[in-house]
Ligand binder design. Structure first.
Ligand code: ATP
Ligand code: MG
Length: 266
């Protein structure tokens, strides 16, 4: 008899809570947040401003302590990959390092030889059209390019999971579309497990296999939507009737939650 294979989720968050100590006393930012993300899944998180999205992502990244519950990132026992790499909205690049030094930084930290890290960095620079700028410093390139550097630096690390907090949030609309398409192409090839926070519902529906809608404070899960749109996806996907239906469906609930969040602040 075949034993059924139990597929362990790549990311498993169980009853996660976060309480911040503030001058006004304890503040519950995240409450009873449970989510499993499968290997190779792209999960987007949306929710009103201040609902605890970044808090959750920082906890998953190990950058913030967890007050209750647990978050586990599954890795193969012999894996020497980092558990996660994080991409933030701000261009988190080292201004004193060149583009290629930035991209290979994580590999350098892991003691990878110069030959190998240059090879990996060059591959990623080429993937996003930055080869010509390898020896430039961040102040010599545009915002869109800087964010490409942040993204490929995370990918060059080959982490178990990629955690992204509004990675395209600071970009103008056109650059954002270009980078969304680049991200889609890269993800469809690498099938990294991704947790992706965005303020843009369009972006969430375009990129995600699932969209998690968070409730306003304390942040929990209000709803989860499976986005059954064909892949490979591209900007064209946004013209499909089904795309608009998903957007309208989620927007109805998200907008009500945004209103509720604003009323709570009054
Ligand atoms: N270090 C901290 N100390 C106290 N409260 C904090 C701290 N960090 C965040 N908070 C509060 O926790 C709540 C959640 O913040 P968080 O940054 O996670 O929200 P968010 O959903 O990412 O918001 P946005 O969409 O605006 O980025 C907010 O009310 C915020 O003020
Ligand atoms: Mg945030």
């Amino acid at each position: 008899m075949d034993t059924p294979t139990v597929v362990r989720p790549k990311i498993s968050a169980k009853h996660v809570g976060k309480i911040y100590d503030t001058a006004d006393g304890p503040f519950v930012a995240v409450q009873d947040f449970s989510l499993d993300v499968a290997e190779g899944e792209f999960v987007c998180i949306v929710g009103p401003s201040g609902c605890g999205k970044s808090t959750f992502l920082r906890m998953a990244a190990g950058l913030e302590s967890i007050s209750s519950g647990s978050i586990n990132i599954e890795a193969a026992p012999d894996s020497d990959k980092p558990a996660n790499s994080v991409v933030f909205q701000e261009y988190a690049v080292f201004p004193w390092k060149t583009v290629i030094e930035n991209v290979s930084f994580g590999l350098q930290m892991r003691g990878i030889s110069e030959k190998e890290r240059t090879q990996v960095a060059r591959y990623w620079l080429d993937r996003v059209g930055l080869t010509k700028f390898a020896n430039y410093y961040p102040h010599q390139i545009s915002g869109g390019m800087k964010q490409r550097v942040s993204i490929i630096r995370a990918l060059a690390n080959d982490p178990e999971v990629l955690l992204m907090d509004e990675p395209l949030g600071a970009l103008d609309a056109q650059t954002r579309v270009v980078l969304q398409e680049e991200l889609l192409r890269i993800w469809e090839e690498t099938r990294k497990t991704v947790l992706y926070i965005t303020h843009s519902l369009e972006e969430a529906v375009l990129l995600g296999d699932r969209v998690v809608l968070m409730s306003a404070q304390p942040g929990g899960i209000l709803d989860i939507y499976h986005i059954d749109l064909p892949r490979p996806r591209s900007f064209e996907t946004t013209t499909l009737a089904r795309f608009s239906e998903y957007r309208a469906l989620i927007w109805e609930k998200l907008s009500a939650e945004v209103t509720r969040a604003m009323e709570m602040q009054e």
